[in-house]
Design a protein around this ligand. Structure first.
Ligand code: NAD
Length: 292
């Protein structure tokens, strides 16, 4: 079994980005600049955004963290997005999800200029991705593609089962794994909460990508010997032995699945850091006008 070290790989890629940025700056270009908008006080969101800002430092980017309190109205948030859309100093920005309930997240994401949508959530980027056109790829699926590529994992002709059909992970992941490219060229099955024979289907997978949000959902009896297992889940479970009172676990029962897998990602230090890394890749692409 090979453990895919997402944290180490992300650090390596961030250093490569940094080198490229320093060359850009030495040639008189502006440093890439990512802004992150955080609404409210969700501790998990704060920790994600803080990681993104830290990664900007490592990559040699400028970053701006823009905080708004829980009571921020949808219109106020839209006005902020319009400002960011029109700010020539900003290459890309993200609005950290989830948003407070009184704000319609779908509507907010539609207001982001697709040219600055480095999270790749705007329908225009989604559509371009689906058609194989240049697009900002959604960060988590894009980070997973990077992992597969850097670990030289063969995907051609493999059966990939994606568990979960969210717009930010499962759905785009299934499209990318089926695309005519490497990594890709898989036969893809997407399973979800209404799938009747989920266990049987997952058991047939050469590659399992779990994005459900249920701790240890994928158990060893669902996994074929030698399967490649990518665990996207980040779930907080109570743990009195830690300072914070919780620990993070994935959607895969790592302890029992790992001995059967040929490659597996841990949680934490697996897909999480690669997601942030993919966001940096998109921001650099935006600064270099590579997509639009
Ligand atoms: P989501 O809640 O939007 O979607 C979950 C999906 O799982 C749904 O499509 C649903 O159909 C499916 N599902 C739910 N219960 C199921 C069941 N019993 N059987 C089969 N399918 C079921 O979640 P999401 O945003 O895609 O996130 C999934 C997980 O990944 C969460 O733990 C989230 O925290 C994590 N996540 C991690 C990263 C990262 O960078 N590592 C990024 C995004 C999300």
């Amino acid at each position: 079994m090979i453990l895919i070290n997402g944290a180490e790989l992300a650090e390596e890629i961030l250093q490569e980005i940094r080198q490229e940025v320093e060359i850009l700056v030495a040639n008189g270009k502006r440093r890439p600049h990512l802004a992150a908008v955080l609404v409210g006080n969700n501790p998990a969101s704060l920790s994600y955004v803080t990681n993104k800002v830290k990664s900007c430092e490592t990559a040699g980017f400028r970053s701006s963290l823009i905080k708004r309190d829980e009571n921020c109205t949808e219109q106020e948030l839209i006005s902020l997005i319009e400002e960011l859309n029109n700010d020539p100093e900003i290459d890309g920005f993200i609005v950290q999800l989830p948003l407070p309930r009184h704000i319609d997240a779908d509507n907010i994401l539609l207001k982001i200029d697709p040219k600055k949508d480095v999270d790749g959530f705007h329908p225009l980027n989604f559509g371009r991705m689906a058609q194989g056109l240049p697009a900002f790829l959604p960060a988590t699926p894009s980070g997973i593609l990077q992992m597969l590529e850097r670990y030289k994992i063969e995907t051609d002709g493999k059966h990939c089962v994606v568990i979960g059909r969210s717009n930010i992970v499962g759905n785009p992941m299934s499209i990318l794994m089926a695309r005519k490219a490497y990594p890709g060229n898989c036969t893809v099955t997407i399973v979800h909460s209404r799938t009747s024979n989920l266990k049987d289907l997952v058991k047939q997978a050469d590659i399992i990508i779990a994005a459900i949000g249920i701790p240890k959902f994928v158990t060893s009896d669902m996994v074929k010997e030698g399967a490649i297992v990518i665990d996207v889940g980040i779930n907080r479970v109570a743990d009195a032995s830690t300072k914070s009172g919780f620990r993070l676990v994935g959607d895969v029962d790592f302890e029992h699945v790992a001995p059967k897998a040929s490659f597996i990602t841990p949680v934490p230090k697996g897909v999480g850091p690669m997601t942030v890394c993919a966001l940096m890749i998109n921001t650099l692409k935006s600064a270099k006008s590579e997509i639009y």
